[in-house]
Design a protein around this ligand. Structure first.
Ligand SMILES: [Zn+2]
Length: 287
């Protein structure tokens, strides 16, 4: 399978940062793990793609970032997280909920997400002191909501196209970000607003042309290329830590009541099962 990639370069005389993201493979992996409905895959895929963009600006090892879209819709909260290595993960409140399509035949992402709430970004630059930025949702369709976030929280007007095309599997997922550099004039902002219109059908464009083909719609310049994937950093060892934190007495009580202890990772929908012999290995024999 093709890798998920983010391409970045400067356009418009070096005044505007352009990023093109092909997240098809990562969203497909998320869909497989979480058994997403089509509309959940679209809502999550758009959020994940924007999260990749935010993570691509993180500097240095140990930096991480988490996005939560909490719109009060029937789909529940949408969470995506990643780090400076672009290891991405996340989940949706109601991953299997399907909604009827909108009147224009498109997936009803806004209806799934809801629009009465906030978009929150929590970033940790490695110092352990998190920075939180929040903005009100605009439409729940995700792209406009992130545009509002960049404007209100970072004072940076940003033109964004996000899309996920899904038919049992992900046919194309990705995004385009056009962001004037600090100090760029009004004219650069108009350029971004005008050019973003070319990418309204971004999921189809990514599926047909790939990320490089999409980038070539705006520039012939060289570009930076980074790969990313949907890859959780949970492990059996970490899950064992959760079992240890129960304490010996409660752990054995659970074994007696349930026969096993199950530690669930929300981010990748994986269960780690600990049986009596595993618990004995962690704590020693039951007294
Ligand atoms: Zn996990």
């Amino acid at each position: 399978m093709q890798k998920s990639i983010i391409l970045k370069t400067l356009v418009h005389g070096g005044e505007v940062s352009l990023a093109v993201i092909d997240s098809t493979a990562a969203v497909q992996e998320a869909m497989r793990r979480h058994k997403f409905s089509a509309v959940a895959a679209a809502a999550f895929g758009r959020t994940l793609t924007a999260c990749v963009y935010l993570c691509s600006w993180l500097k240095g090892e140990g930096c991480s970032l988490a996005v939560t879209v909490n719109g009060g819709g029937p789909g529940g909260k949408i969470c995506a997280a990643g780090d400076s290595e672009l290891r991405m993960r996340g989940f949706v409140g109601e991953p299997q909920l399907e909604l009827p399509p909108r009147a224009d035949g498109k997936l009803d992402v806004g209806g799934f997400t809801g629009r009465d709430g906030t978009l929150t970004v929590v970033s940790d630059d490695g110092t352990g002191v998190p920075f939180t930025g929040t903005s009100d949702l605009v439409s729940g369709e995700i792209a406009e909501d992130f545009s509002a976030y960049f404007l209100t929280s970072e004072q940076r007007p940003t033109a964004i196209a996000l899309g996920v095309k899904v038919k049992e599997r992900i046919l194309g997922a990705g995004g385009v970000f056009l962001q004037p550099l600090p100090g760029a004039g009004e004219e650069a902002i108009s350029y971004c607003e005008k050019e973003i219109a070319k990418f309204r059908e971004i999921s189809s464009l990514i599926g047909e042309r790939g990320a490089e083909g999409v980038l070539r719609m705006l520039t012939d310049e060289p570009f930076d290329r980074r790969e990313f994937s949907f890859r959780c950093h949970c492990s059996r060892k970490r899950a064992a830590g959760a079992v240890l934190s129960l304490g010996k007495e409660d752990a054995f009580a659970l074994i007696r009541e349930e026969g096993k202890i199950s530690v669930h990772c929300h981010y990748c929908n994986r269960d780690y099962i600990f049986e009596r012999e595993d618990v004995v290995r962690l704590f020693g024999e039951e007294a």
